[in-house]
Design a protein around this ligand. Structure first.
Ligand code: ZN
Ligand code: ZN
Length: 343
Protein backbone atom coordinates (compact mmCIF):
# COMPACT_ATOMS: atom_id res chain seq x y z
CA UNK A 1 0.00 0.00 0.00
CA UNK A 2 1.34 3.37 -1.00
CA UNK A 3 1.60 6.34 1.24
CA UNK A 4 1.49 9.06 -1.40
CA UNK A 5 -1.73 10.57 -0.02
CA UNK A 6 0.16 11.52 3.08
CA UNK A 7 2.00 14.37 1.37
CA UNK A 8 -1.25 15.94 0.27
CA UNK A 9 -2.74 15.77 3.76
CA UNK A 10 0.31 17.14 5.49
CA UNK A 11 0.92 19.81 2.86
CA UNK A 12 4.58 18.94 2.46
CA UNK A 13 6.48 16.67 0.20
CA UNK A 14 7.72 13.57 1.91
CA UNK A 15 10.88 11.88 0.71
CA UNK A 16 9.59 8.58 2.05
CA UNK A 17 6.90 6.10 1.22
CA UNK A 18 5.89 3.24 3.47
CA UNK A 19 5.17 0.10 1.51
CA UNK A 20 4.76 -3.59 2.19
CA UNK A 21 8.42 -4.01 1.24
CA UNK A 22 9.47 -1.46 3.85
CA UNK A 23 10.65 2.15 3.92
CA UNK A 24 11.07 3.36 0.34
CA UNK A 25 12.79 6.44 -1.09
CA UNK A 26 11.02 6.80 -4.47
CA UNK A 27 13.25 9.60 -5.80
CA UNK A 28 16.30 7.35 -5.36
CA UNK A 29 14.52 4.03 -5.94
CA UNK A 30 15.96 2.30 -2.88
CA UNK A 31 14.68 0.78 0.35
CA UNK A 32 15.98 1.06 3.90
CA UNK A 33 16.12 -2.25 5.82
CA UNK A 34 13.63 -3.84 3.36
CA UNK A 35 11.32 -6.58 4.59
CA UNK A 36 11.02 -8.18 1.14
CA UNK A 37 13.57 -8.66 -1.63
CA UNK A 38 14.45 -5.47 -3.52
CA UNK A 39 16.99 -4.22 -6.05
CA UNK A 40 18.82 -1.75 -3.79
CA UNK A 41 18.81 -2.21 -0.02
CA UNK A 42 20.34 0.32 2.35
CA UNK A 43 21.03 -1.42 5.66
CA UNK A 44 21.24 0.33 9.04
CA UNK A 45 22.87 -2.61 10.88
CA UNK A 46 23.33 -6.37 10.82
CA UNK A 47 20.49 -7.59 13.07
CA UNK A 48 18.21 -10.02 11.29
CA UNK A 49 15.14 -7.79 11.59
CA UNK A 50 17.00 -5.16 9.53
CA UNK A 51 19.38 -7.09 7.26
CA UNK A 52 17.68 -9.79 5.23
CA UNK A 53 19.02 -11.98 2.46
CA UNK A 54 17.94 -11.98 -1.19
CA UNK A 55 18.45 -8.34 -2.14
CA UNK A 56 20.38 -7.65 -5.33
CA UNK A 57 22.55 -4.83 -3.96
CA UNK A 58 23.39 -3.76 -0.42
CA UNK A 59 24.77 -0.49 0.88
CA UNK A 60 25.92 -0.15 4.50
CA UNK A 61 28.70 1.23 6.71
CA UNK A 62 32.25 -0.09 6.49
CA UNK A 63 31.84 -1.97 9.78
CA UNK A 64 28.49 -3.48 8.89
CA UNK A 65 29.88 -4.91 5.64
CA UNK A 66 31.84 -7.83 7.23
CA UNK A 67 28.85 -8.55 9.49
CA UNK A 68 26.51 -8.76 6.47
CA UNK A 69 28.95 -11.07 4.69
CA UNK A 70 29.13 -13.30 7.77
CA UNK A 71 25.36 -13.42 8.16
CA UNK A 72 24.05 -13.28 4.59
CA UNK A 73 26.92 -14.95 2.71
CA UNK A 74 30.29 -13.82 1.40
CA UNK A 75 28.97 -13.53 -2.17
CA UNK A 76 26.43 -10.76 -1.59
CA UNK A 77 26.90 -7.59 -3.63
CA UNK A 78 27.68 -5.06 -0.92
CA UNK A 79 29.16 -1.60 -1.07
CA UNK A 80 30.11 0.31 2.06
CA UNK A 81 30.70 3.90 3.18
CA UNK A 82 32.47 5.56 6.09
CA UNK A 83 30.30 7.51 8.53
CA UNK A 84 29.53 10.93 7.10
CA UNK A 85 30.64 10.03 3.57
CA UNK A 86 28.18 11.20 0.89
CA UNK A 87 26.90 8.92 -1.84
CA UNK A 88 24.36 9.60 -4.59
CA UNK A 89 21.71 7.15 -5.74
CA UNK A 90 19.65 8.46 -8.67
CA UNK A 91 20.30 12.04 -7.56
CA UNK A 92 19.40 11.45 -3.89
CA UNK A 93 22.24 12.24 -1.50
CA UNK A 94 22.71 9.59 1.16
CA UNK A 95 25.02 9.32 4.17
CA UNK A 96 25.35 7.20 7.33
CA UNK A 97 25.56 8.65 10.85
CA UNK A 98 26.28 6.78 14.09
CA UNK A 99 23.22 5.28 15.82
CA UNK A 100 25.10 4.06 18.92
CA UNK A 101 23.20 0.73 18.88
CA UNK A 102 26.28 -1.43 18.16
CA UNK A 103 29.61 -0.93 16.34
CA UNK A 104 28.90 0.27 12.79
CA UNK A 105 25.15 0.78 13.30
CA UNK A 106 23.84 3.77 11.40
CA UNK A 107 21.06 6.23 10.93
CA UNK A 108 20.46 6.88 7.24
CA UNK A 109 20.27 10.50 6.10
CA UNK A 110 18.72 11.16 2.70
CA UNK A 111 18.55 14.56 1.05
CA UNK A 112 16.83 15.71 -2.12
CA UNK A 113 16.43 19.35 -3.20
CA UNK A 114 17.14 20.58 0.33
CA UNK A 115 14.60 18.26 1.97
CA UNK A 116 16.13 15.90 4.55
CA UNK A 117 14.84 12.65 6.01
CA UNK A 118 16.62 10.56 8.62
CA UNK A 119 15.78 6.91 9.27
CA UNK A 120 17.12 5.98 12.70
CA UNK A 121 17.29 2.19 12.52
CA UNK A 122 17.80 1.00 16.10
CA UNK A 123 19.62 3.47 18.33
CA UNK A 124 20.73 4.30 21.83
CA UNK A 125 22.09 7.53 23.25
CA UNK A 126 24.19 6.17 26.12
CA UNK A 127 27.88 5.73 25.25
CA UNK A 128 28.91 2.13 25.85
CA UNK A 129 32.66 2.39 25.23
CA UNK A 130 32.49 0.30 22.06
CA UNK A 131 29.85 1.54 19.58
CA UNK A 132 30.29 4.98 17.99
CA UNK A 133 28.39 7.67 19.93
CA UNK A 134 24.89 8.49 18.60
CA UNK A 135 24.93 11.61 16.45
CA UNK A 136 21.81 13.82 16.40
CA UNK A 137 21.11 14.74 12.77
CA UNK A 138 18.88 17.66 11.83
CA UNK A 139 16.08 16.69 9.46
CA UNK A 140 12.57 17.53 8.26
CA UNK A 141 11.32 13.95 8.63
CA UNK A 142 12.57 11.56 11.28
CA UNK A 143 11.72 7.86 11.36
CA UNK A 144 12.29 6.67 14.91
CA UNK A 145 12.27 3.22 16.42
CA UNK A 146 10.13 2.66 19.53
CA UNK A 147 11.22 -0.71 20.98
CA UNK A 148 11.13 0.60 24.56
CA UNK A 149 8.87 3.63 24.07
CA UNK A 150 6.96 3.42 27.33
CA UNK A 151 7.72 5.46 30.48
CA UNK A 152 8.41 2.24 32.45
CA UNK A 153 11.58 1.70 30.43
CA UNK A 154 14.27 3.89 31.97
CA UNK A 155 17.78 2.47 32.16
CA UNK A 156 20.37 2.68 34.88
CA UNK A 157 23.88 3.64 33.74
CA UNK A 158 25.93 0.91 32.07
CA UNK A 159 28.64 1.28 34.77
CA UNK A 160 26.16 0.25 37.46
CA UNK A 161 24.86 -2.78 35.53
CA UNK A 162 28.37 -3.97 34.68
CA UNK A 163 29.40 -3.66 38.34
CA UNK A 164 26.31 -5.72 39.31
CA UNK A 165 27.24 -8.41 36.79
CA UNK A 166 30.78 -8.53 38.13
CA UNK A 167 29.51 -8.92 41.73
CA UNK A 168 27.27 -11.82 40.62
CA UNK A 169 30.20 -13.40 38.77
CA UNK A 170 32.46 -13.15 41.84
CA UNK A 171 29.79 -14.64 44.06
CA UNK A 172 29.40 -17.61 41.68
CA UNK A 173 33.15 -18.03 41.58
CA UNK A 174 33.31 -18.28 45.37
CA UNK A 175 30.63 -20.99 45.16
CA UNK A 176 32.68 -22.84 42.52
CA UNK A 177 30.13 -22.12 39.78
CA UNK A 178 30.71 -20.74 36.31
CA UNK A 179 28.64 -17.68 35.33
CA UNK A 180 26.72 -18.16 32.09
CA UNK A 181 25.06 -15.12 30.62
CA UNK A 182 22.86 -15.06 27.55
CA UNK A 183 23.21 -12.09 25.26
CA UNK A 184 22.52 -11.35 21.62
CA UNK A 185 25.60 -12.45 19.56
CA UNK A 186 25.88 -9.16 17.66
CA UNK A 187 26.14 -6.04 19.79
CA UNK A 188 25.24 -7.00 23.35
CA UNK A 189 27.90 -9.72 23.59
CA UNK A 190 30.74 -7.49 22.39
CA UNK A 191 29.52 -4.69 24.68
CA UNK A 192 29.60 -7.05 27.69
CA UNK A 193 33.00 -8.50 26.75
CA UNK A 194 34.52 -5.07 26.28
CA UNK A 195 33.16 -3.68 29.58
CA UNK A 196 33.72 -6.78 31.74
CA UNK A 197 37.20 -7.59 30.48
CA UNK A 198 38.36 -4.50 32.39
CA UNK A 199 37.35 -6.33 35.59
CA UNK A 200 38.73 -9.79 34.73
CA UNK A 201 40.07 -11.60 31.66
CA UNK A 202 38.34 -14.90 32.56
CA UNK A 203 35.73 -14.52 29.85
CA UNK A 204 34.86 -16.97 27.11
CA UNK A 205 31.97 -17.39 24.66
CA UNK A 206 29.99 -19.71 22.45
CA UNK A 207 31.46 -20.16 18.91
CA UNK A 208 28.56 -18.28 17.28
CA UNK A 209 29.53 -15.20 19.29
CA UNK A 210 33.22 -15.68 18.56
CA UNK A 211 32.46 -15.65 14.79
CA UNK A 212 31.04 -12.17 15.17
CA UNK A 213 33.94 -11.11 17.41
CA UNK A 214 36.38 -12.19 14.70
CA UNK A 215 34.52 -10.31 11.94
CA UNK A 216 34.48 -7.11 14.01
CA UNK A 217 38.08 -7.49 15.24
CA UNK A 218 39.25 -7.93 11.66
CA UNK A 219 37.45 -4.70 10.81
CA UNK A 220 39.32 -2.88 13.58
CA UNK A 221 36.92 -3.02 16.54
CA UNK A 222 38.79 -3.32 19.83
CA UNK A 223 37.40 -6.60 21.23
CA UNK A 224 39.73 -8.55 23.55
CA UNK A 225 40.90 -11.98 22.41
CA UNK A 226 39.23 -14.49 24.73
CA UNK A 227 40.26 -17.90 26.06
CA UNK A 228 38.96 -20.67 23.85
CA UNK A 229 35.86 -22.26 25.35
CA UNK A 230 37.04 -25.78 24.53
CA UNK A 231 40.44 -25.37 26.16
CA UNK A 232 39.01 -24.55 29.60
CA UNK A 233 39.23 -27.48 32.04
CA UNK A 234 36.58 -28.49 34.56
CA UNK A 235 38.89 -27.48 37.41
CA UNK A 236 39.12 -23.88 36.33
CA UNK A 237 35.65 -23.50 34.79
CA UNK A 238 34.16 -21.78 37.84
CA UNK A 239 36.40 -18.76 37.24
CA UNK A 240 34.74 -18.02 33.93
CA UNK A 241 32.01 -15.80 32.63
CA UNK A 242 30.60 -17.58 29.56
CA UNK A 243 28.55 -15.73 26.95
CA UNK A 244 25.93 -17.66 25.05
CA UNK A 245 23.40 -16.53 22.41
CA UNK A 246 20.42 -18.08 24.17
CA UNK A 247 19.85 -19.66 27.52
CA UNK A 248 21.36 -23.08 26.95
CA UNK A 249 21.56 -25.31 29.97
CA UNK A 250 22.64 -28.39 28.09
CA UNK A 251 24.76 -29.32 25.10
CA UNK A 252 28.23 -30.61 24.40
CA UNK A 253 29.80 -27.18 24.49
CA UNK A 254 28.97 -26.95 28.20
CA UNK A 255 30.50 -30.27 29.23
CA UNK A 256 33.48 -28.62 30.91
CA UNK A 257 31.20 -26.38 33.00
CA UNK A 258 29.53 -28.83 35.39
CA UNK A 259 28.28 -26.19 37.85
CA UNK A 260 26.93 -22.82 36.83
CA UNK A 261 24.46 -20.01 37.33
CA UNK A 262 22.45 -18.56 34.42
CA UNK A 263 21.70 -14.91 33.77
CA UNK A 264 20.38 -12.77 30.96
CA UNK A 265 21.00 -9.17 30.02
CA UNK A 266 18.24 -7.37 28.16
CA UNK A 267 16.01 -4.32 28.31
CA UNK A 268 13.00 -6.61 28.72
CA UNK A 269 14.28 -7.51 32.18
CA UNK A 270 13.07 -4.10 33.37
CA UNK A 271 9.58 -5.46 33.97
CA UNK A 272 8.23 -8.32 36.07
CA UNK A 273 6.51 -9.67 32.97
CA UNK A 274 9.81 -9.78 31.06
CA UNK A 275 11.62 -11.48 33.92
CA UNK A 276 8.82 -14.05 34.20
CA UNK A 277 9.38 -15.11 30.59
CA UNK A 278 13.05 -15.80 31.27
CA UNK A 279 14.38 -19.08 32.63
CA UNK A 280 17.58 -17.51 33.98
CA UNK A 281 18.39 -17.37 37.69
CA UNK A 282 19.42 -13.74 37.52
CA UNK A 283 18.33 -10.82 35.32
CA UNK A 284 20.24 -7.71 34.33
CA UNK A 285 18.49 -4.81 32.61
CA UNK A 286 20.88 -3.76 29.87
CA UNK A 287 19.60 -2.67 26.48
CA UNK A 288 21.18 -1.58 23.23
CA UNK A 289 18.07 0.53 22.52
CA UNK A 290 17.18 4.01 23.70
CA UNK A 291 15.00 4.15 26.80
CA UNK A 292 11.95 6.40 27.21
CA UNK A 293 13.79 9.65 28.06
CA UNK A 294 16.36 9.05 25.30
CA UNK A 295 13.72 8.42 22.64
CA UNK A 296 12.06 11.71 23.52
CA UNK A 297 15.43 13.47 23.56
CA UNK A 298 16.40 12.08 20.14
CA UNK A 299 13.11 13.16 18.55
CA UNK A 300 13.55 16.71 19.88
CA UNK A 301 17.22 16.81 18.82
CA UNK A 302 16.29 15.94 15.22
CA UNK A 303 14.11 19.09 15.07
CA UNK A 304 11.94 17.18 12.61
CA UNK A 305 8.64 18.67 11.43
CA UNK A 306 7.25 15.17 10.97
CA UNK A 307 8.06 12.09 13.02
CA UNK A 308 7.22 8.58 11.83
CA UNK A 309 7.23 5.89 14.51
CA UNK A 310 8.00 2.22 13.87
CA UNK A 311 9.52 -0.92 15.40
CA UNK A 312 7.85 -1.38 18.78
CA UNK A 313 5.35 0.64 20.77
CA UNK A 314 4.72 2.80 17.73
CA UNK A 315 1.07 3.70 18.41
CA UNK A 316 1.79 4.62 22.03
CA UNK A 317 4.83 6.71 21.19
CA UNK A 318 3.13 8.50 18.26
CA UNK A 319 0.21 9.35 20.54
CA UNK A 320 2.56 10.69 23.20
CA UNK A 321 4.44 12.83 20.67
CA UNK A 322 1.18 14.25 19.33
CA UNK A 323 0.28 15.25 22.89
CA UNK A 324 3.57 17.18 22.92
CA UNK A 325 2.37 18.99 19.75
CA UNK A 326 4.75 17.05 17.54
CA UNK A 327 3.41 15.96 14.19
CA UNK A 328 3.80 12.20 14.63
CA UNK A 329 2.37 9.09 13.03
CA UNK A 330 2.78 5.35 13.59
CA UNK A 331 3.74 3.56 10.37
CA UNK A 332 3.96 -0.07 11.48
CA UNK A 333 0.60 -1.00 9.92
CA UNK A 334 2.06 -0.38 6.45
CA UNK A 335 4.45 -3.28 6.76
CA UNK A 336 3.37 -6.79 5.87
CA UNK A 337 4.43 -8.58 9.00
CA UNK A 338 5.64 -7.86 12.45
CA UNK A 339 9.39 -7.62 12.56
CA UNK A 340 11.18 -9.95 14.90
CA UNK A 341 12.87 -7.76 17.41
CA UNK A 342 16.50 -8.46 18.12
CA UNK A 343 17.73 -7.13 21.36
ZN1 ZN B 1 19.11 -3.96 16.23
ZN1 ZN C 1 15.66 -3.86 15.38
Amino acid sequence: MWFGWYSAIMGLSSLLEFTEKGIYVPKGDFYIDPIKKVKQAVITHGHSDHARSGNIKYLCTDLTKPVLKLRLGSKINVQSLAFGESFFINGVKLSFHPAGHLPGSAQVRVEYKGHIAVISGDYKLEKDGLAEAFEPVFCHEFVTESTFALPIYQWQAQEKIIADIFTWWQQNQSEKKASIISAYPLGKSQRLISALYKYSPYITCHPSIENTNIALRNAGVDIPILDDLFSITKNESHRYLVLTPTIISQGLWLQNFPHYELADASGWMATKQGRKRSTAHRHFTLSDHADWPSLNQAVLASQAETVFVTHGFSDDFARHLKEQKINAQSIDHFFTRERIEQE
